[in-house]
Design a protein around this ligand. Structure first.
Ligand SMILES: Nc1ncnc2c1ncn2[C@@H]1O[C@H](COP(=O)(O)OP(=O)(O)OP(=O)(O)O)[C@@H](O)[C@H]1O
Length: 613
C-alpha cells in the first residue's frame, strides 16, 4: 500500500513540469467534468418527476430541467473536447522534461562504466519515455491519468451521494464490485508489465539488428557481406523472444475476463431489479429509479480501467528515472565537486600510475595488473603492444572514463579522482580510436575540442595548417562551414583518413588553447605513410611545452618518442627510448625489426598479432 501511494505521488509530482497556468485550467475543467454525472442523475430525475407529476401541455413544468439537461449534456460533450489538446500539451511537457532529465543524467556520469551495464541500459530504455510495448505509457500520460483518477473518485463520491439520497445500500452494492473489478484488472495488467519488462533486453538486441539493416553505416556491410536476410532473421528472432511471453499472457488474460463479468454483473442486476421493483410497486418514484440508474452507471464507468493502463504503464519509466541517479549520478558528484586542478599555469603535470590494476566492471580478468608508470611533463610518450594488450584501457583510465580497480593515478601528486574529473579533463584532450564523426560543420568538429570555451577560428586554422587539414577544408564547398555529413543539406562525407585529420586537428586546437596533455590513440591508422610522418612531426612540435601520450601500432612512428613503454600481459615489460629498447633486444626490438623488414619488402609496417606472413 505504501508503495502504491509513493508511486502515485511520484506521478503527481511530475505535474510540476506542466506549468502553473495550464495546470490550473486543466484542474478547473476536470472539476467541472467530474460534476457532470451526478448532475445528469439529478437533472434526469427532476425531469422524470416533472413529467410524471405535472401538466406539461405548455411545457412550463419542464423547461427548467430540460434546459439544465441540455447544459449538462453540452458540458459533458464540450469539456473533454477542450481537455484533449490541453492534456496532450501537458503530457508533452512532462515527457519532454523526463527526456531532458534522462539525457542530463546520462551525461552527468563522469565515467562510462555504469553505461555499459545491462541493468543500467534497461533503466535507460524504460526511462526514455518512448512506448514500445502496449502496456507502456509515457510519464505524462501517467501523471495526467493520476490527476484524472482523483477526479474520478471525486465524481464517485458525488454519485454515491445521489445514490445514498435514494437508498444508502446501493452505495456499497455499486462501489464494492467496481473497486474489486479494478483490483483484478490492475493485477492482470501488472503481470503484463512484469512480463514485458523481462523482454526489454531482447528488445535492445532486436534494435541492434534492425539498425544494422536500416541505417546507412551498417547497411554497407550488411549488403556487401550478404547479411541482409540474416540480419532480418536476427531482428525477428529477438522481437519474437521479446513479445512471445506477452502474447501467451494476453490470450490467458482475455480468457479470464469472465471474472470481471462475475464481479460486476450480478450486483448490478440485483440493484437494478430491486430499484425497478420499488418503482413499479410505488415504494420509490420512477424519478428516483432513473436517478439511481444514471448515478450507478456513471459510477461504474468512472471507476473504469483506462486509467489503470495509463498509470501502471507509466510507473516503470518514472521509477527508472528515479533509480538512475543512484547508479549513474553517483560518480557525477566527484565531477561536480571538482576542485581547481593544480598547475593552472598550463605547465603539464607529472602523471603517475601507482600500482594500478583494472578489470572491466562485471568481469574478473585483470587487463592491467599493478602497473607503475610515470609520464613526465612535456614528453612525447609512446605506448605500444600487441592487439588486446590493454593500451586503450590504460588511456581510458588516464582520461578518467573508468576508475582503477586498485591503485591510483596522480597528477603532480594529487589523485585525479580528488582533482575532480571535470577539472582533470580540462587539462586533457583525447583522440580515441573509435572517434565520433559529428554531423556538424567542419569548424565545429574542430573547435569542440574545447567545447567549454568560445570557439577561436584562428586557432582552428593554425591547428589545421599543422595537420594538413587546411588543404581539405579549402576544397570543401563552403570551407569551414561545410557540414561533414551528406545527410545534412550541403554536407559532404570525408574519407577515413580525412576524418582522422579532423580529429587530430581537434586535439591540436585543444593543445593550442588550454590543454596540457594530449592523449592520442592510434592517430595514423587510416593515414598513408607520408601523412603519418607529418602527424608525428606536428605532435613533436609540442615537445617540451605539452605532454603527448601516443598509442600506435606503427613502430616507425614512435622511434622518435622520448620514451616508449611496451604493454604485455597486463603489465609494462619494457620501457626506455627507442635505442635503449633496441639494445635490450627484447620484444620491442623483435617487433621493430619485423616491421622494418616488412616495410622494406613493401608491406605495411603495422604491428600485428601472429607476426610476418
Ligand atoms: N568495455 C569492455 N568490457 C570488457 N572488456 C573489455 C572492454 N573493452 C576492452 N576489453 C578487453 O580489454 C582488453 C584490452 O583491450 P584494449 O582495447 O585496451 O586493448 P588494446 O591494447 O588497445 O588493443 P588494440 O591494439 O587492438 O586496440 C581486451 O582483451 C578486451 O577484450
Amino acid at each position: 500500500m505504501k508503495l502504491v501511494v509513493s508511486q502515485r505521488l511520484m506521478l503527481l509530482r511530475a505535474l510540476r513540469h506542466v506549468g502553473a497556468q495550464l495546470l490550473a485550467v486543466i484542474i478547473a475543467l476536470r472539476t467541472l467534468h467530474s460534476l457532470v454525472p451526478p448532475a445528469t442523475a439529478l437533472v434526469v430525475s427532476l425531469l422524470v418527476q416533472r413529467l410524471a407529476g405535472g401538466d406539461i401541455v405548455h411545457g412550463e413544468e419542464v423547461w427548467v430541467p430540460l434546459t439544465l439537461l441540455g447544459a449538462v449534456i453540452l458540458a459533458g460533450r464540450l469539456i473533454p473536447e477542450l481537455l484533449a489538446p490541453l492534456t496532450f500539451l501537458a503530457e508533452q511537457r512532462i515527457d519532454g522534461a523526463q527526456r531532458s532529465e534522462l539525457i542530463r543524467l546520462a551525461v552527468s556520469s563522469g565515467t562510462i562504466d555504469a553505461l555499459e551495464r545491462p541493468d543500467v541500459q534497461k533503466l535507460i530504455r524504460l526511462a526514455r519515455a518512448d512506448r514500445e510495448f502496449w502496456t507502456e505509457r509515457s510519464p505524462g500520460q501517467g501523471a495526467l491519468a493520476q490527476l484524472e483518477l482523483m477526479y474520478a473518485y471525486f465524481g464517485v463520491f458525488a454519485s454515491a451521494a445521489v445514490l445514498a439520497a435514494f437508498a444508502w445500500w446501493l452505495v456499497p452494492l455499486m462501489v464494492v464490485p467496481a473497486v474489486a473489478a479494478r483490483r483484478v484488472m490492475r493485477r492482470q495488467f501488472l503481470e503484463h508489465v512484469q512480463l514485458e519488462g523481462g523482454g526489454i533486453m531482447d528488445g535492445l538486441r532486436s534494435d541492434h539488428w534492425k539498425r544494422l539493416a536500416t541505417e546507412w553505416t551498417g547497411g554497407k556491410e550488411v549488403r556487401t557481406f550478404g547479411l541482409a536476410s540474416w540480419a532480418a532473421d536476427r531482428a525477428e528472432h529477438f522481437i519474437v523472444a521479446k513479445f512471445a511471453p506477452t502474447w501467451a499472457a494476453a490470450a490467458t488474460s482475455a480468457a479470464r475476463q469472465w471474472k470481471i463479468a462475475v464481479i460486476v454483473g450480478p450486483p448490478l442486476i440485483i440493484a437494478y431489479a430491486l430499484v425497478a421493483w420499488d418503482a413499479a410497486s410505488g415504494v420509490n418514484s420512477v424519478a428516483a429509479a432513473t436517478a439511481v440508474f444514471t448515478a450507478s452507471w456513471s459510477m461504474l464507468t468512472m471507476l473504469g480501467f483506462a486509467d489503470v493502463v495509463l498509470i501502471e504503464g507509466a510507473i516503470p519509466g518514472v521509477r527508472a528515472l528515479r533509480e538512475l541517479p543512484s547508479v549513474i549520478g553517483e560518480q557525477s558528484s566527484s565531477a561536480a565537486s571538482a576542485v581547481s586542478a593544480p598547475g593552472d599555469d598550463r605547465t603539464p603535470p607529472l602523471i603517475r600510475f601507482e600500482d594500478v590494476s583494472f578489470a572491466y566492471p562485471g568481469t574478473e580478468r585483470l587487463i592491467l595488473d599493478r602497473v607503475n608508470l610515470e609520464i613526465r611533463p612535456g614528453e612525447l610518450f609512446a605506448i605500444v603492444g600487441l592487439n588486446g594488450a590493454g593500451k586503450s584501457t590504460l588511456i581510458k583510465l588516464l582520461t578518467g572514463l573508468y576508475r582503477p580497480t586498485s591503485g591510483r593515478i596522480t597528477a603532480d601528486g594529487a589523485d585525479i579522482a580528488d582533482i575532480g574529473l571535470a577539472a582533470w579533463r580540462q587539462r586533457l584532450c583525447a583522440v580515441f580510436q573509435d572517434f565520433i564523426q559529428y554531423q556538424l560543420p567542419a569548424v565545429d568538429n574542430v573547435t569542440m575540442g574545447r567545447a567549454m570555451l568560445p570557439a577561436r577560428t584562428e586557432m582552428a586554422q593554425a591547428a589545421a595548417d599543422d595537420t594538413g587539414l587546411s588543404q581539405i577544408i579549402h576544397e570543401l564547398p563552403e570551407g569551414w562551414e561545410t557540414p561533414l555529413s551528406r545527410s545534412r543539406r550541403g554536407g559532404i562525407d570525408l574519407s577515413g583518413g580525412q576524418w582522422q585529420k579532423v580529429v587530430l586537428t581537434r586535439a591540436l586546437y585543444a593543445l593550442r588553447t588550454e590543454a596540457q596533455v594530449a592523449v592520442v590513440d592510434e592517430p595514423t591508422a587510416h593515414l598513408d605513410v607520408r601523412a603519418e610522418a607529418e602527424v608525428f612531426d606536428c605532435l613533436a612540435k609540442y615537445h617540451g611545452s605539452r605532454t603527448v601520450v601516443l598509442i600506435t601500432h606503427r613502430l616507425s612512428t614512435v622511434r622518435r618518442a622520448d620514451r616508449i613503454v611496451l604493454l604485455h600481459d597486463g603489465g609494462i615489460t619494457e620501457a626506455g627510448t627507442h635505442d635503449e629498447l633496441m639494445a635490450q633486444a627484447g620484444q620491442y626490438a623483435e617487433m621493430f625489426t619485423m616491421q622494418a623488414a616488412r616495410f622494406e619488402r613493401g608491406y605495411d609496417d603495422r604491428l600485428e598479432m601472429g607476426g610476418v606472413s
